[in-house]
Design a binder for this molecule. Structure first.
Ligand SMILES: [Zn+2]
Length: 350
């Protein structure tokens, strides 16, 4: 059930400051404790770019949005990095080689240092000329390395949080994660789609954990590969936050996967006319345990019936201002989500 609560809660007060014997709590701006995990779902208008900044100050960027548009996406990534106080990308994870994920790498590399590259290996399927150009530009940059090809079960070595690769190059982890592996009753109604020989099916997917807080970021993973993670047993376990897979396109985000993840909050990386499908939206909406869905854009396909209330949408009208959605998480599992457009925020407790 999606909450229609409109109340603006005070921003997180994770730290109180003692001045002249008086405890002052700051409400005016997002007061982030040094030991929080910070996540920025950056608006790249239907592509993907998510910045994770660990409590130790290391940064991991998952995808870079599009090329072109006069540095639009790279500029937004740099703005998020500045807001987070990081000057370089320590770990760049490219989930797969489609242009809305890898396209922004050259522009970003020209604006800030990228220290290490992680990807799934060779390119799969046929890609159009544009995507080929983007991929070639990425290959040239990662040659400056270090570059790592990840396999399921590998970790991204960012300090302060735990990042486990659960799928890559079409292969799921063989064993359930610790505490996971329960039978998934939703699998009884699973129906495969036609196989996808292309990049989406080979996307990197990760579970990101900080103490008791868990988040799923599965890139653009395809429906049939989700099945390998979710059925017959739920290999991933439950999460607090689900970063929507493939922008909320209907060939990802199966009920088998989403219900298994059982998120409290989902953040949808849709554009106005990209992703945000009625089907994927409804699956999230109906997911048991869901408290709120947040969206980067109003989805034109969704119309009035299949969009969340405007307070939860970072970019409700077009042309947009490229606002992000920011998340901060504490080790005890408490986390807050803030709409970068209007400051609307909610805190979720374990
Ligand atoms: Zn995509």
């Amino acid at each position: 059930m999606i909450s229609r609560e409109e109340a603006i809660l005070p921003r997180p007060t994770f730290r109180a400051t003692r001045i002249a014997g008086v405890l002052l709590f700051a409400f005016a701006s997002l007061l982030v404790a040094a030991d929080d995990l910070r996540v920025y779902a950056i608006d790249v208008e239907g592509g993907k770019s998510t910045l994770y900044v660990s409590p130790t100050g290391e940064s991991m960027l998952v995808d870079t949005g599009y090329d072109d548009y006069h540095n639009r996406d790279a500029g937004r990534i740099v703005a998020a990095a500045q807001a987070a106080g990081v000057k370089q990308i320590d770990y760049l994870v490219i989930t797969h080689y489609h242009g809305d994920h890898v396209g922004g790498v050259p522009q970003l590399a020209a604006m800030m240092p990228i220290r290490a590259f992680f990807d799934h290996g060779r390119i799969f399927g046929t890609v159009n000329a544009n995507a080929k150009t983007g991929y070639a530009a990425y290959v040239a940059l990662r040659a400056k390395g270090p570059r790592t090809i990840v396999k399921p079960g590998d970790t991204i070595p960012i300090k302060g949080i735990d990042v486990e690769v659960v799928t890559a190059a079409g292969i799921a982890i063989a064993k359930a994660l610790p505490g996971a592996g329960q039978p998934n009753p939703a699998c009884a109604s699973y129906q495969a789609l036609d196989p996808d020989p292309g990049e989406n099916a080979h996307s990197i997917g990760m579970i990101i954990a900080y103490g008791k807080f868990r988040l799923a970021d599965l890139g653009d993973l395809y429906w049939n590969q989700e099945h390998d993670l979710a059925c017959p047993n739920n290999k991933l376990g439950v999460v607090d936050v689900y970063m929507t897979t493939h922008h909320g396109t209907q060939t990802s985000g199966s009920p088998q996967m989403v219900d298994a993840l059982h998120p409290k909050v989902a953040i949808m990386n849709n554009g106005a006319d990209k992703g945000g499908s009625v089907k994927a939206w409804q699956t999230i909406h109906d997911s048991p345990g869901l408290v709120d869905l947040w969206q980067l854009h109003f989805s034109n396909e969704g119309g009035k019936a299949h969009n969340v209330p405007e307070a939860f949408i970072a970019n409700p009208s077009e042309p947009c201002q490229g606002k992000w959605i920011e998340l901060t998480a504490r080790k005890d599992g408490t986390f807050s989500v803030v709409n970068g457009r209007n400051g609307f925020q909610k805190t979720y407790r374990p």
